[in-house]
Write a protein that binds this ligand. Structure first.
Ligand SMILES: CC(C)(COP(=O)(O)OP(=O)(O)OC[C@H]1O[C@@H](n2cnc3c(N)ncnc32)[C@H](O)[C@@H]1OP(=O)(O)O)[C@@H](O)C(=O)NCCC(=O)NCCS
Length: 176
């Protein structure tokens, strides 16, 4: 039986840190860091983390970053979802979809109108309400440079019925 743990972030000294790092490294092997802190250095410390446990084992992970971004001339609070990973032997059973649903419940409870993610495989998120974004997007790239273009794989979901505008956006930070 799965248990969902909702926490802010996973401390390096915490009992799940090594397991979560292994889960993420298996899902994202390119340039995988040795410690969970390496992910936090890359993307920042999450506002909220959803961890899915099966007994003592961590089988799923999703990090959420609440951030104020610029949408045309307006500043809007959004949720950025990242580091979504399911253990290889538990994939295809709806666990990622379930984690995203919990993330949306959390964001809706905080009156946050939009969720954004950057997908390797956009199809995974379509049934959760995500659409591919066409907005020109300014963001801080890993090389420290601010860049602007339509970011491949960027997707949005409308959480409170407010329509997502096709206007330039500024992420005011990195993608996650
Ligand atoms: C991608 C990943 C998180 C999906 O987790 P999962 O628990 O297997 O996904 P679910 O079972 O909840 O499936 C959700 C939807 O995605 C689809 N899907 C799952 N894996 C897919 C894949 N590799 N390619 C295309 N579609 C996929 C499912 O068919 C399902 O579609 P539906 O809701 O329309 O029926 C998991 O495969 C993983 O950890 N992969 C490695 C890391 C990664 O790529 N993370 C995502 C970054 S975008």
């Amino acid at each position: 039986m799965n248990q969902l743990i909702k926490t802010d972030y996973i401390a390096a000294s915490g009992k799940f840190a090594a397991q979560v790092c292994a889960l993420l490294n298996d899902a994202f092997p390119d340039g995988a860091p040795n410690e969970l802190g390496g992910y936090y250095l890359l993307h920042g410390v999450p506002t909220t983390t959803m961890l899915l446990r099966e007994g003592r084992r961590a089988v799923g992970h999703l990090a959420m970053y609440e951030r104020r971004i610029k949408l045309a001339d307006e500043t809007v609070e959004v949720g950025l979802l990242g580091e979504i990973a399911i253990a290889a032997d538990r994939r295809g059973a709806g666990l990622a979809r379930g984690l995203v649903r919990h993330a949306h419940d959390h964001l809706q409870g905080r009156s946050i109108p939009f969720s954004i993610l950057f997908a390797y495989e956009p199809h995974v998120y379509m049934s959760s309400g995500y659409k591919v974004m066409q907005n020109e997007t300014r963001f801080l790239d890993a090389d420290g440079q601010w860049k602007t273009f339509v970011y491949r794989g960027s997707m949005y979901a409308e959480l409170l019925g407010r329509p997502w505008p096709n206007q330039p956006i500024d992420l005011c930070g990195p993608v996650v």
